[in-house]
Design a protein around this ligand. Structure first.
Ligand SMILES: [Zn+2]
Length: 73
C-alpha cells in the first residue's frame, strides 16, 4: 500500500461548494440539514433554511422588513 492519493482522490474534497438549494438563490448554503446519516445533507442560506424554529423565523422576518424599509430605493 502506498499513500499517493491525497488531494486528487475522489472523496478527498469533503468541503465541496454547496450553495443554497432554493431555485434562483445565489446565497451560500451555510445551514445544512439531513434527517438521517443515510441521506445526504441538503444546504440552504439562513433565509431559506426550512428547519428554523418559530422564534428564529419571526426574527428573520423582522430583520428583512427592517432592511426593506431602510433601503434607498
Ligand atoms: Zn437561499
Amino acid at each position: 500500500m502506498s499513500i499517493t492519493n491525497h488531494s486528487s482522490a475522489p472523496g478527498a474534497n469533503v468541503h465541496f461548494e454547496h450553495y443554497c438549494e432554493e431555485p434562483g438563490c445565489k446565497e451560500w448554503g451555510g445551514f445544512g440539514n439531513s434527517p438521517s446519516k443515510a441521506i445526504p445533507v441538503r444546504w440552504w442560506c439562513w433565509e431559506h433554511f426550512p428547519h428554523k424554529t418559530y422564534e428564529q423565523e419571526q426574527a428573520l422576518r423582522r430583520k428583512l422588513e427592517a432592511a426593506e424599509m431602510g433601503a434607498p430605493n
